[in-house]
Design a protein around this ligand. Structure first.
Ligand code: ADP
Length: 404
């Protein structure tokens, strides 16, 4: 089945056309700077030259129109008509407690996604803009929403509840939801498979560490998420590019009293000014941080250490939460590409049976095991593929519709 996967952000729209019979990416593209004075669409179809259009893109409908024109373009396209696209899968960040699995999008689903915007004001509204634009242009093609939170819906209440007055949960839905679900689902399934191929028998206890611009860790037992580091919003947990993750909550009222900061200023502090950027004072990009740390910059070194120490603590905590550890998975731009980070995250984990092989860790590409042969818990590097996961879930829903 040819599935278009759409990831619509506030000022960008990313898409991939995937043939799920072979997992091949037929085309991919990115519309950037939507709503700004100058915009750009970059599109490339398999085996064809790249198309770059520089022009203002006032809204998401224009962005989808440009993407659709590129997809059917005789020179740069991947299909002859849009009818060849059998389903569209939309990444939606927050599904809350109502939407815990992929669903076909209808008016009721749109309303539910809108309701969840209260908990994800930066993400759900732009996701909906992409959905509405695609529905307008392809009203007869099944459109499916795949939620970042869905994979985590199997967490037990003792893992997702905050120890706050219960009414804050029952009235406002304040609880842990977790994010990056498609990534954790994809890499944990691949890891379970690799473990079996390596002779592992019985239950699987896996910690998946998605380390990109946003970072999160998830504990997965037999394919089901039992805990995850992001919370009601994607701000909790690990250190990220510009988010600091876990902090003492009392720091916030302290700052309000001290400086009279508003909710908006605190949000900026939490989401934009912390993490690698806040600590290093130099960059939110791990490559820069590593480079500066290597040249002796003390604050970049500190940023690297805080980042890795936090990951290591979560791995230890999740091993205890799961009652076992069979594999640690590294994925995302940092997890897949930084031997230094993987090594620092695994320091001290010998106690849990983790023995990283320095040579394997420093070499190789793609999906691989980088722990010693006799390491009780394996260390796996697994490039994530959120789009493929979304495409597969979309096919499941769309095929069920055809059968039904
Ligand atoms: P996103 O979460 O936006 O999808 P990515 O998964 O692409 O982002 O991750 C981006 C992060 O990956 C950046 O911090 C970048 O510095 C880091 N990264 C990419 N390549 C390397 C590398 N070779 N070494 C260290 N960090 C890397």
């Amino acid at each position: 089945m040819k599935v278009l996967v759409v990831n619509s952000g506030s000022s960008s729209l990313k898409y991939q056309l995937i043939d799920t019979s072979s997992d091949a990416i037929l085309a991919r593209g990115l519309a950037e700077r939507i709503g700004m004075a100058s915009g750009r669409l970059k599109h490339v179809s398999e085996g064809r030259s790249e198309l770059v259009l520089e022009q203002p893109i006032p809204d998401h409908v224009t962005a989808t129109d440009l993407a659709f024109s590129a997809l059917v373009d005789p020179q740069h396209g991947a299909v002859s008509t849009l009818d060849e696209i059998e389903a569209v899968g939309h990444r939606v960040v927050h599904g809350g407690e109502k939407l815990t699995r992929a669903v076909r999008i209808d008016d009721e689903v749109i309303r539910a996604i809108e309701e969840m915007s209260a908990l994800a004001p930066l993400h759900n509204p732009p996701n909906l803009m992409g959905i509405r634009a695609c529905l307008e242009r392809m009203p007869h093609t099944p459109q499916v929403a795949v939620f970042d939170t869905a994979f985590h819906s199997t967490m037990p209440p003792y893992a997702y509840m905050y120890a706050l007055p219960y009414e804050l949960y029952s009235k406002l839905g304040i609880r842990r939801y977790g994010f990056h679900g498609s990534s954790h689902k994809y890499v944990s399934a691949r890891a379970a498979r690799l473990l079996r191929e390596m002779g592992h028998e019985g239950d699987t206890h896996i910690v998946t560490c998605h380390l990109g611009n946003g970072c999160s860790a998830t504990a997965v037992v037999n394919g089901r998420a039992v805990d995850t580091s992001m919370g009601m919003t994607p701000a909790e947990g690990l250190v990220m590019g510009t988010r600091g993750g876990d902090i003492d909550p009392a720091i916030l009222p302290f700052l309000i009293k001290k400086y009279g900061w508003s909710a908006d200023e605190l949000e900026t502090l939490i989401n934009k000014k912390g993490g690698l950027l806040g600590l290093s004072g130099a960059s939110n990009d791990m490559r820069d941080v590593e480079e500066r740390a290597g040249k002796g910059d003390a604050r970049s070194r500190l940023a690297l250490e805080v980042f890795c120490y936090r990951v290591r603590k979560y791995i230890g905590a999740y091993a205890a939460a799961m009652g076992g550890l069979d594999a640690v998975v590294f994925t995302g731009g940092i997890g897949e590409n930084s031997p230094t980070v993987r090594e620092m995250c695994c320091q001290g984990l010998e106690v849990l049976g983790v023995a990283l092989d320095p040579e394997l860790n420093a070499s190789g590409r793609g999906e691989r095991c980088v722990s010693c042969e006799d390491s009780r818990a394996k260390v796996l590097v697994i490039p994530t593929n959120e789009e493929l996961e979304i495409a597969r879930e979309t096919v499941e829903i769309a095929s069920a519709l055809q059968v039904g």
